[in-house]
Design a protein around this ligand. Structure first.
Ligand code: GLU
Length: 488
């Protein structure tokens, strides 16, 4: 049997951590088993779905490297892959259910249903449709058609009692009491299919063998199983993934910081780390290995090792993995990935390739995300005209003694004028001379230099930074700093 799985996002917003993990597990399961991974856009809720969201989801999945075999734009043998383009397929299957007596038109007016729902709410019992239209004969239906020509269609849930049981690959055996289900709506008065119906028709006609999705859909599964049976489709295997919690053990949400994949992308996380991290959110290989490349994940992933406990999102671990994967990139590749971040922050800067690579080498070991690089290397990328010294940091340095600060920088300036050739060991030697002659602690001398020249108190290593900035600009900045200190 060919394994076929799908990721079926509703395009109502960004792709978030939970959705991305679902997509990844589907992808890995398909690749591991030499099966097919299908992308299906569930856009039947037209009021909430947007074209923009579809494009963003596609962009984020592509960024993560989760290539699909069939899907919108790409096509495939079981398309179309957008629900709004599959109306004729839903109608055909709706017709089949009506014909076989597994579904019936419900003429009850929405206001009447709403009234019953409110009543149930008041009595604190769960609302179940009273099945008033279930057993109308054809005469009665014709009559009702005149009163309400646009009936909803309901599924005729069997009245046998007992349980619906299925074996979930993550949750184990799951049971639902059939008597808890009512005759639920499968097509609305306007003819559009509801989620539970569309998803079964799609999974059935697309020959999906394994449904891997979030456990928020667990309670929909018994309804779907009934529809599978009524349509004569083979029931797929189910694997419901547990929810993801924030570090405070509450459901992961915006309150916890970044949760959308595009936010992580913009902060400078790289897909290698993101994939590695998402894989570990609920799956483990041996409870101890943490580093997995995409290929290793494909080789090692199995649903059997997906945990049924909720996963806890740990930003520290993600940062650590991101740093790790950044260090695995070659200097050239890392430079290439940094370019859009530099452009975003500083516009079009003309880069000296050698200097750029030097900066990358200097910062790579410490970098946890790509955005840090553009912060740290402010001194290099900012235009000469826009360069400023962080005033707050300057005040901090100058609190004890402004005159002393001036003296230090004057001495540094003198020493640096003598540096020739302008390269890091020479620069270091001269600056250490100043330290020795003044009898100050090295930090007392170096921090003012760092602030004057890089504008910040955090930068790449000092001597190397000065070398890259070149002599002329270094001295200009020290003079500017002196003027600033004296001036206020
Ligand atoms: N469209 C549903 C969602 O985004 C997924 C449905 C499914 O996987 O069955 O939650």
């Amino acid at each position: 049997m060919d394994i076929r799985v799908r990721f079926a996002p509703s395009p109502t917003g960004w792709l978030h951590v939970g959705g991305a993990r679902t997509a990844l597990y589907n992808f890995l399961f398909a690749r591991r088993n030499k099966g097919s991974f299908i992308l299906r856009i569930e856009d039947t809720d037209r009021s909430r779905s947007t074209e923009e969201a579809i494009q963003k989801i596609i962009e984020d999945l592509s960024w993560l490297g989760l290539e699909w075999d069939e899907g919108p734009e790409k096509g495939g043998p079981f398309g179309p892959y957008r629900q709004t383009e599959r109306n004729s397929i839903y109608h055909e299957h709706l017709g089949r259910l009506l014909k076989s007596g597994n579904a019936y038109p419900c003429f009850c007016m929405p206001e009447e249903i709403e009234r019953q729902r409110e009543e149930a709410l008041k009595k604190k019992i769960s609302f179940r449709y009273n099945r008033r239209c279930r057993d109308l004969n054809s005469e009665e239906r014709k009559k009702m058609m005149k009163i309400n020509p646009t009936p909803a269609i309901r599924f005729k849930t069997p009245l046998l009692g007992g349980d619906i049981i299925f074996k979930d690959k993550v949750k184990g055996e799951v049971r639902f009491e059939l008597s808890h289900l009512d005759d639920f709506v499968i097509a609305r008065a306007d003819g559009t299919p509801t989620y539970n119906f569309a998803v079964v028709v799609d999974d059935g006609t697309m020959k999906i063998t394994h449904v891997i999705r979030g456990d928020d859909h667990l309670s929909n599964t018994p309804k779907q199983i009934l529809i599978y049976k009524a349509l004569g489709f083979e029931i797929p295997e189910f694997a419901h993934l547990s929810m993801i919690l924030g570090p405070d053990k509450k459901r992961l949400s915006k309150r916890h910081g970044a949760t959308a994949i595009f936010e992580f992308r913009r902060l400078g996380y790289i897909p290698e780390a993101m994939l590695n991290y998402l894989a570990l959110l609920g799956w483990s290989f041996d409870d101890k290995t943490t580093i997995f490349s995409k290929d290793e994940l494909i080789e090692k992933f199995s649903l059997e090792r997906v945990s049924s406990n909720p996963a806890v999102f740990d930003p520290e671990k993600l940062n650590w993995l991101n740093g790790y994967w950044i260090r695995q990139l070659s200097d050239e590749e890392l430079s290439r990935r940094l370019l859009p971040f530099i452009k975003e922050r500083y516009g079009d800067v003309s880069l000296d390739k050698q200097d750029f690579i030097k900066l990358v080498k200097l910062t790579k070991e410490r970098m946890k995300h790509l955005n840090e690089f553009v912060d740290w290397c402010y001194f290099y990328f900012v235009s000469k005209e826009e360069f400023t010294i962080d005033k707050k940091e300057l005040d901090k340095l100058a609190t004890s003694d402004r005159v002393e600060l001036t003296k230090i920088l004057e001495k540094v300036k003198k020493a640096l004028i003598e540096v020739d050739p302008w390269e890091k060991t020479e620069i270091e030697m001269k600056l250490r001379d100043v330290v020795e002659k003044t009898g100050l602690k090295a930090k007392k001398v170096f921090q003012p230099v760092r602030l004057a020249v890089t504008g910040r108190l955090v930068s790449p290593p000092l001597f190397e930074s000065l070398e890259i900035l070149k002599k002329k600009e270094t001295l200009t900045r020290i003079e500017k700093a002196l003027a600033m200190i004296k001036g206020n």
